[in-house]
Design a protein around this ligand. Structure first.
Ligand code: HAM
Length: 435
């Protein structure tokens, strides 16, 4: 029976068994980030709207069209976070972390909200895994951030392509000059663009590279590219980032037409795309945002980071074998009323000794309980009847081989951990384990 209520359009319930992979992935990624010196940060799910207007840029699609914005009871305009970089920078500045040791290296996992038209891989509530390194403009931190995301995605076997670009910095000698060239070039060819895109020439000329219209896409193939117009410092920075990536064997493709959808980016910009996702092919992306702190009223404070879409990684990874070895898993089967009471004690004792233990609370008979034991995925059943109670033991049944034997109650925990340990050694680990 259903009630007629549905989760809001564009949102997902994360249910088992999918939730197992979801949890494994977020934990695994957390481990990867921690091993590179990043610490967990969690900012509120909503911020003052201005954090995004000033941080991400009022001219971006995300801010202009996709935000969930509302007034609270005090008449303050709040917005459900559409992304994590501006909030993390807000938190760093608010708590003066930038006055401590630099760089500040943080990672996050959580839900983000964008009012987009839902389709495969595009949701209104989605999850990101991201890192931000704030306080350094050294090319080696760019290479570190890119390598971490590249390695994580490769370990997960989603086989992404890494697209890399530099989009310079906001200065008349760099991106400013390029934009003037681009606008003039586009104005001369406005008739060759899709009519829906001509507004971009004045509104946000870089966005013309993001068009989904075939006519505009074809035109942009021949447009002047930013990498031919970078200032000397940005050219040198980009060359240094590439050379570091080459040295550590990160495989990338130069993508001079890659512009990111958020306005804070400067210099290094990158994106991971997958052929397994259809039109929403970006698994994640990131880049440098050297002006973000200042646009939020802070000091000059460079930064770089990325965010990966958890939902999209899970969509792109078709062969997931990510289950953790976990503790020994047993299902306690009770025959008779006395045994039922005893089994509750047994299960509690086992759980306290780090065994995954389950038992029947639906008053099933022996057959029903054995079926449940199988369904639960337990490796063993501990059968308790009057006989076993009298002898102070359980009948331990191996649910794989069908073999069974009496095991004294005082030995049960040791025997389970021992057999589980032998088994875990013999089983080959899933992708990513032990790295
Ligand atoms: P972004 O490219 O807007 O960057 O989002 C990063 C990733 O989040 C996307 O590549 C995609 O996998 C996922 N994503 C975005 N929107 C949706 C959606 N509607 N449904 C499902 N997945 C989605 C940022 O958000 C930047 N804050 C990344 C960053 C961190 N740059 C520097 N530091």
């Amino acid at each position: 029976m259903t009630t007629g209520f549905r989760a809001p359009k564009g949102t997902n319930d994360i249910l088992p068994p999918y939730s197992r992979d979801w949890l494994w992935l977020t934990r695994y990624a957390s481990g990867v980030f921690q091993r590179s010196g990043y610490e967990y940060v969690d900012t509120p799910m909503f911020e003052q709207t201005e954090v995004f207007e000033r941080g991400v840029g009022a001219g971006s699609e995300v801010v202009g069209k996709q935000m969930y914005t509302f007034d609270d009871m005090g008449g303050r305009s709040l917005t459900l976070r559409p992304e994590g970089t501006a909030p993390v920078m807000r938190a760093v500045l608010e708590h003066a972390l930038d006055r401590g040791p630099l760089p500040v290296k943080l990672y996050y996992v959580g839900p983000f909200f964008r009012q987009e038209r839902p389709q495969k891989g595009r949701f209104r509530q989605f999850f990101q895994l991201g890192i931000e390194a704030i306080g350094s403009d050294d090319p080696s931190i760019d290479a570190e951030v890119i390598e971490i995301s590249w390695r994580l995605l490769n370990e997960l076997d989603v086989k992404p392509r890494l697209l890399l670009n530099s989009i310079g910095h906001q200065d008349p000698t760099c991106r400013g000059a390029y934009l003037a060239t681009l606008v003039a070039w586009l104005e001369d060819r406005a008739d060759q663009m899709a009519p829906a895109d001509t507004y971009r020439i004045t509104a946000n000329p870089l966005r013309t590279f993001d068009s989904k219209e075939e006519k505009t896409i074809a035109l942009m193939e021949t447009a002047p590219v930013i990498t031919d117009h970078l200032c000397a410092a940005c050219t040198e920075h980009f060359a240094a980032v590439r050379s570091l990536l080459d040295e550590i064997g990160v495989v990338y493709e130069l993508a001079p037409r890659l512009v990111r959808g958020l306005d804070y980016y400067t210099r290094t910009a990158f994106e991971f795309v997958s052929g397994r996702l259809g039109s929403q092919d970006a698994l994640g992306g990131g880049g440098r945002y050297d002006g973000l702190s200042e646009s939020l009223g802070g000091p000059a404070l460079p930064g770089i980071g990325f965010a990966l879409g958890v939902d999209r990684i899970l969509l792109a990874s078709t062969d997931r074998d990510w289950t953790e070895p976990g503790p020994p898993h047993i299902y306690a089967v009770a025959l008779g009323d006395a045994a039922r009471r005893d089994v509750f004690n047994l299960v509690t004792e086992l759980r306290r000794a780090v065994v995954r233990a389950e038992f029947d609370v639906m008053n099933r008979g022996m057959k029903g309980q054995m079926k449940e034991a199988d369904r639960s995925g337990a490796r063993w059943a501990a059968i308790v009847g009057d006989d076993e109670l009298a002898k102070g033991e359980v009948t331990l049944k191996d649910l794989k081989s069908g073999e069974q034997e009496g095991v004294g109650r005082s030995n049960l925990i040791r025997v389970l951990h021992e057999r589980h340990g032998n088994e875990a050694e013999a089983v080959s680990p899933g992708p990513g384990h032990g790295r």
